[in-house]
Design a protein around this ligand. Structure first.
Ligand code: ARG
Length: 390
């Protein structure tokens, strides 16, 4: 990207026809704004180590990344895999810097000791374009950005959701203009049919084309783009790769995407982001998601039927990994206990206890199970099965 940088992080440009609509007059993150310097402390610049030694951080920056735990950054696989040979970079070839501006006297630069590339990353399609970097030492003074959890999915990635992109990437859709200070842009998440089924989508009166199924996959990718007040397209561009697509504000802000690719920049095609919620298993395994036991008991919704009690819960939102949802139904008069379990790999867990006596009072409670321990027990809920659902 910048002069003399050995790692060529090329645009993953798709072979598609030109957009039906002509390019915006002055496309200038393209069409973003300077980021509030204090707002994105968890965003790091990836540096080519050699270039950093010779020319400094500004010339060496080639991608972005997000600090999700004190010693782990999430970035794009294509940032750390040679796009021609498919070879992974050696950790010694990259450095990480924190701080919103690149041209400063004493940048905070940290070495990388590990690079985990998603095992199913595909060069050609950019499928699973995600990688995890381990820092040589943990940073304890920089706020982290939590990864979106399964239970937050609907709320955080629905079509039309407003999102933020940040990076030091090219600000020009026609030339090369690399900023010194971090920039941000507001974008909107596209519906899935525009991200793998070719459907167009309108953002603030501007119609975007969608990617077809041979171009993008809504399962692993999120498409997003924004429009300025002057109807100019807001998009990520070269150099923004690996950086975050963020949803929510303040403590509710979550990492939902990683800048991956796009048809040129700020064209009438959306930018494409790695869908982080589809990569949770990889992120957990590589330490990008803190592994904690579920801290709160399950919230139960209990329905009594004819001789049966059906209990439903949603996955916890504290980022813990739940492998089981266990319910017990106790007859307090006799002490008899009946139970059921389910494996809530998805966002809800449901199980039913049958063989109950209608008109009898039962107490229902439940826990989440996880490899790191169980949650506290949910408070008892009283139910009385009957012929008529209550
Ligand atoms: N692949 C590019 C990079 O390496 C980022 C592409 C994002 N492009 C876009 N139009 N959203 O920096």
């Amino acid at each position: 990207r910048r002069a003399g940088v050995a790692i060529e992080v090329g645009a993953l440009v798709l072979v598609t026809g030109p957009p039906a609509v002509k390019a915006a007059p002055t496309p200038r993150i393209v069409n973003g704004a300077p980021a509030d310097p204090a707002a994105f402390p968890f965003v790091a610049a990836l540096l080519e180590a050699d270039a950093d030694r010779k020319q400094g951080v500004y010339q060496a920056q080639f991608c972005g990344a997000s600090l999700t735990t004190p010693s782990v950054l999430v970035t794009a696989a294509h940032c750390v895999v040679n796009q021609k040979t498919g070879e992974r970079l050696d950790p010694s070839e990259i450095l990480v810097s924190f701080g919103p501006t690149l041209k400063i006297p004493n940048p905070r630069v940290i070495a990388v000791t590990g690079i985990d590339v998603h095992p199913s990353y595909r060069l050609r399609t950019a499928d699973n374009d995600i990688a995890v970097l381990t820092l040589a030492q943990p940073v304890t003074d920089i706020p982290l950005i939590p990864v979106v959890t399964l239970s937050q999915l609907d709320e955080y990635t629905a079509a039309g959701t407003k999102a933020t992109i940040v990076g030091w990437g090219n600000t020009s859709s026609s030339g090369n203009v690399f900023p010194d200070a971090l920039r941000s842009g507001q974008v909107e998440i596209f519906p899935s049919p525009s991200c793998g089924s070719g459907k167009s989508y309108v953002v603030d009166g501007v119609r975007f084309r969608g990617y077809r199924s041979d171009e993008a996959s809504a399962e692993n990718m999120i498409c997003a783009a924004g429009v300025t007040a002057d109807a100019e397209v807001i998009d990520a561009c070269q150099g923004d790769s690996g950086g975050p697509l963020l949803v929510g504000t303040g403590t509710e802000r979550r990492l939902v995407g990683v800048v991956s690719w796009g048809e040129r920049c700020a064209s009438y095609f959306p930018g494409v982001y790695t869908r982080v919620s589809s990569e949770l298993e990889f992120l957990r395994r590589t330490g990008a998601i803190p592994t904690i036991a579920p801290s709160a008991p399950p919230q139960l919704s209990v329905a009594a039927r004819d001789g049966e009690v059906r209990v439903t819960t949603v996955a916890p939102s504290d980022g813990s990994e739940v492998t089981a949802f266990a319910v017990s139904v106790v007859n307090p008069a006799t002490g008899e206990v009946r139970g059921c379990t389910s494996s809530p790999t998805r966002r809800t867990g449901t199980c039913s206890v049958t063989g109950l006596v209608n008109g009898t009072r039962y107490l229902v409670n439940a826990i989440y199970g996880s490899p790191l321990g169980n949650s506290p027990v949910a408070p008892n809920v009283e139910v009385i099965p009957s012929m008529q659902p209550l």
